[in-house]
Design a protein around this ligand. Sequence first.
Ligand code: HEC
Length: 333
Amino acid sequence: MVPHTVSEAQHSEIAKLAQAAAGQQVAARPVKVIRATQIFTPYWKTPVAITPGPQGGTNWQPSSYNPETHMFYVCAQSGVSGYTAHTQAPPARQGNVMPYTVGSALTIGGGFGSNAGTFTAVAATTGRIVWQKRWPEACYAGSTTTAGNLVFIGRNAGELQAYDARNGKLLWSFQTGAGANNAPTIFRRNGKEYVVFYAGGNSLAATPHGDNVWLFSLDGKLGPAPAPGPGEGTAHAGAAKMKNPNAPGAAAAGKPIFAQNCSTCHGATGQGGNGGPDLTSIPSAKNFQTVIDQVFNGGGGMPAFKGTLSEKEIRDVSTYVVQDITHGRVPKK
Ligand code: HEC
């Protein structure tokens, strides 16, 4: 579906992504060699780049199967990931949780908004590709196919599209006004067919946000929405402020909060891991107010923690970031 090797054509772009990705993991020594290789290839000190990374191939988005065409319709992407090996002592257990990626670190290069998406019809009986769309952006939506041989799929820039399920010919495209990162629901009522679709955008794919529910039928009269603006992560315009952002936090109390909420992306020591940047290399991550804002409101692919963490927890974890992680008090890997 998605090429499982880093192709020649992709190479220079991927080298750049992988350089940045793997470079975060070995900040102390510049990365000179990146091996572009296949998934499951063992790696050691030489960082490797593989595609697709853990963000896909296909991800949460449901594929659909059409018993008329005997095909699966699969939305996928080929973001690149950089991997390096690390020797690192396991962190202390926290209750039932032991956040630890054994002996390795990975960084997602392309992410969910990566620049190579595919929408593919796969013959169920042979596993072969029957037709495939290649898009300059990630495919990040669920497909739904009908008995009339249509297949619907949403696009990051807001279009909901219908293709001929047999040959991939584009038949219809409708601007929904927000990132079309969802799966259409199709139903019949009183003999009439309807498509219902929610366009809300997606923060991980950093597509335009919205709150648009559409109900389509063949005699519908409403026109498309205006094309939405540029995409956004989880930040919203006029983002809320914390009530008491200047009260001091406690780094020690912030440490377990970091392990449980932040280390999945930023790594156990804050030096980058799974999609989050190395905090020790971002100058603004030394600024308490910047960190507070980032944790409270999210943005740039990072989720907002308001509502998930209390204001006190946000102050504590931000204090831990500023006092310990970005000022070198957390032992490096
Ligand atoms: C789902 C992954 C993810 C999680 C979980 C996450 N982050 Fe982030 N974080 C990111 C990404 C991606 C960025 C880069 C944002 C950008 O480039 O604008 C980032 C940026 C940051 C920055 C840099 C802000 C700046 O501009 O200086 C800080 C500080 C930070 N995160 C702290 C945290 C803390 C503390 C937590 C836990 C409460 C956390 N992050 C949880 C992904 C994540």
